[in-house]
Write a protein that binds this ligand. Structure first.
Ligand SMILES: Nc1ncnc2c1ncn2[C@@H]1O[C@H](COP(=O)(O)OP(=O)(O)OP(=O)(O)O)[C@@H](O)[C@H]1O
Ligand SMILES: [Mg+2]
Length: 443
């Protein structure tokens, strides 16, 4: 049988140390006490710990210093902070320094036990999941290192990157390589939920709380409890929902629509968007307070054209997968096809490469992909000039109307259906706006 796990407790208050010792002792853990940073250093040299719990204020320094020391010298030891105040700044600094979570005093024993068991639960084999992120270029190696590190923390992470670059994959890997791996990973596409259903989707509702609420329904937060909630396309959250989300994150509690009681929720929040979230804040479309809450740590997924060395490896990886799905031997790229890929800009990144190869794989003869099968010239002109391919259009009027409709709807949504503001946004007179809405049946 494996020896009992060891926990280092660093606190100068005897009553807190005793409380932690008793609670952890009942969890069949061995505890070691230090009253200050000096003693902690000595114990860290002597023993191999599975977890460290430290107070923020210590006689000879701050808990932050200790966290940084442990992250640097003993990176495999998870650290959690106990602090006397529920202060946003302290919490953020703690997580930034590399703690995986924090507790406030008075210590809630249920949360303490949860935190400890989460830290000690073995995570799944991180090398196996890391292999899903294909590529050996410098940017990908760095990304892999960052993912492994962030997986051990509980800090919110903002994943930025162009569309199709792999943001969702990164979010999944952060979840899978961390202590929450056996718990739910819930991805939410914030741009896809109609705004009137948003509150109920996020927080759930009670039966009868609005017409259509025919039974109690838990929300996404409840579904992600103790796991990870991935807010994809977070820039597209309406402002009203941003306020509610901020509150849920700050209070660590949610209230279902039509419910009196709040429910305590423990979720790790990851978010992503292909938009520039900082610019959205500057433009007043995204709340600064929520931005700072979500963006404790930013991780950037580099575009494919900045890691051209990975194109070949990725292409082979994708071709193998396509072949396995089809039960055939994998197709291969000839030299010209490979050169063509390496020289292409990939505005749609890895997803575009996937789509391109899927089509080429279907078109190719004898499992050989030639440069012409990739149809790169068409793609270049279509994507870079922003114009559609003529083969996709059979009725110009109808096509132009569909574009007009999309843009009008976007302008209306952006202005919360204020037609005057939407007209200004599109530099149309109000009359012309009214005419177009009528013509398209949007009035
Ligand atoms: N480094 C990589 N190795 C293997 N597959 C990858 C890699 N990067 C991306 N992919 C694959 O490319 C596709 C797009 O990735 P993903 O959905 O994570 O991107 P995204 O940034 O969320 O895109 P979007 O902006 O379109 O939502 C997925 O099928 C993903 O598995
Ligand atoms: Mg995505």
């Amino acid at each position: 049988m494996r020896a009992r796990k060891k926990v280092l407790i660093v606190d100068d208050a005897a009553d807190i140390r005793e409380l932690l010792e008793i609670t952890l002792g009942r969890m069949k853990l061995d505890t070691f006490n230090a009253r200050n940073i000096d003693q902690a250093h000595a114990l860290l040299k002597r023993e191999t710990f599975d977890l460290c719990l430290t107070n923020m204020r210590l006689p000879d320094g701050t808990g932050l210093e200790l966290i940084k020391h442990i992250r640097h010298r003993y990176p495999q030891v998870p650290v959690a902070m106990i602090s006397a105040y529920a202060c946003l700044e302290t919490a953020v600094n703690t997580l930034k320094a590399g703690a995986f979570d924090y507790l406030t005093q008075p210590v809630d024993l249920t949360r303490l036990r949860e935190l400890v068991s989460r830290a000690l639960r073995p995570s799944s084999d991180s090398t196996a999941t890391a292999q899903r992120l294909v590529g050996e270029s410098m940017p990908i190696r760095t990304l892999r290192k960052h993912i492994a590190k962030l997986a051990q923390s509980q800090a919110p992470v903002y994943i930025s990157g162009e569309s199709g670059s792999g943001k969702e994959l990164v979010a999944r890997l952060i979840h899978e390589q961390g202590p929450r791996t056996h718990l739910p990973f819930i991805p939410v596409n914030c741009a896809a939920i109609p705004s009137e259903l948003m509150e109920s989707e996020f927080f759930g509702h009670r039966k009868g709380s609005f017409s259509g609420a025919i039974e109690d329904k838990p929300g996404l937060f409840q579904a992600a409890h103790r796991g990870t909630l991935f807010l994809d396309e977070v820039a597209d959250l309406p402002l009203a929902m941003q306020v509610k989300l901020l509150r849920a994150i700050q209070e660590r509690a949610v209230r279902s629509v039509g419910e009196q009681q709040e429910l305590v929720i423990d979720v790790r929040i990851l978010c992503a968007t292909h938009k520039d979230l900082g610019a959205e804040v500057a433009a007043g479309r995204f709340r600064a307070d929520l931005y700072y809450r979500l963006n404790v740590i930013e991780i950037q997924v580099p575009p494919l054209r900045e890691r051209r060395d990975d194109i070949e490896t990725l292409a082979n990886h994708i071709l193998k997968r396509l072949a396995a799905d089809a039960g055939q031997p994998p197709a291969s790229l000839n030299a010209q096809a490979l050169d063509a890929l390496k020289g292409y800009r990939f505005p749609g990144n890895v997803r575009e490469l996937e789509n391109m190869l899927e089509r080429a794989h279907t078109l190719s003869e004898n499992q050989q992909i030639e440069a012409s099968d990739l149809r790169l010239t068409e793609r270049k002109s279509a994507v870079e000039s922003g114009l559609p391919d003529l083969t996709q259009i059979d009725n110009l009027e109808a096509y132009l109307e569909s574009i007009e409709r999309q843009l009008l709807l976007q302008a209306l949504e952006e202005t919360r259906w204020n037609r005057t503001a939407a007209a200004q946004r599109l530099r149309l007179s109000f009359r012309s706006m009214r005419y177009r809405l009528k013509k398209l049946g949007l009035d």
